[in-house]
Design a protein around this ligand. Sequence first.
Ligand code: FAD
Length: 278
Amino acid sequence: MKPAPFAYERPRDLNAALSMLAASNGSAKIIAGGQSLGPMLNLRLVQPELIVDISGLAELKRAEVSGGELVLGALVTHADIEDGRTADVTRGAMRGVAASIAYRAVRNRGTIGGSLSHADPAADWISALAALGGRVTLRSLVGARSMAVEAFVVGALESALQAGEIVEAIHVPARSASAHWGYAKSCRKTGEFAHAIGAVLVDPTAASARVVIGAIDTAPIVITDASELFGGRIAADYKQRLDVRVADALLAKAGIDDAAQRHIHVSVLKRAVQEAAA
Ligand SMILES: Cc1cc2nc3c(=O)[nH]c(=O)nc-3n(C[C@H](O)[C@H](O)[C@H](O)COP(=O)(O)OP(=O)(O)OC[C@H]3O[C@@H](n4cnc5c(N)ncnc54)[C@H](O)[C@@H]3O)c2cc1C
């Protein structure tokens, strides 16, 4: 199929893009890498009057380490991260996640900001960045606001973005030397979207852990204080202490009624914990 007709603008700078979005009263769609929006346009799942192409905005391509965190412009691609063209404050965690997204052709064009904005529950960055403690900065003509990734993704294909707003940057805190990282997913075929994701950042020295169960039908389950998942305390033996009944109960609470589905999610989470502890 072909998209319904639309007008097309390619603004020169971020302010011009924001003005176009504000003037459109919600009838415009941003395009970044086009890897999700392109198919949606072709299938006529979206029929915007105007497409605002932000792919030329240099302001959104920057990547820098500032104040102990990595600040990535929304247009940084998965391949930029995979290839190490951006600094890696996560000691390889982000690089590994980027390399596991889809196929190289998708990674060359797909952007981190586009992936978060699209808020597909099966997408990698929404789970990985929530586990890493990432934050998002949104900008509009009125100003900027910032929120945790888990607050930004509010449901399946639903984000906190309001009309006139752009995801400007993603902030990723540096991973401490004592923190362990594990990321696992289950896909029918390599390069396809996952149907279960487990992401864990465990710091036994600090007795803290962030755990994410992703690729469920809604926003990922983000457990910021995960001690209950590890039998009440997080210590060096956390791998042995993972309580799969707690994970299963969280999944049931999130509305996953099928025990087999819950089992797949719990198994993938176990793999992520084992990877972290390895
Ligand atoms: C075959 C295939 C397989 C894939 N497999 C995976 C996978 O395994 N894992 C995975 O995580 N992803 C996967 N993807 C998705 C891919 O990662 C896309 O890059 C990503 O979903 C969207 O990024 P984009 O830059 O292409 O955004 P676009 O397609 O341009 O935009 C997506 C949405 O976000 C909005 N948007 C884009 N940028 C911004 C911004 N800065 N501010 C506000 N709104 C914005 C757009 O308006 C649109 O609604 C796959 C895609 C394809 C085609």
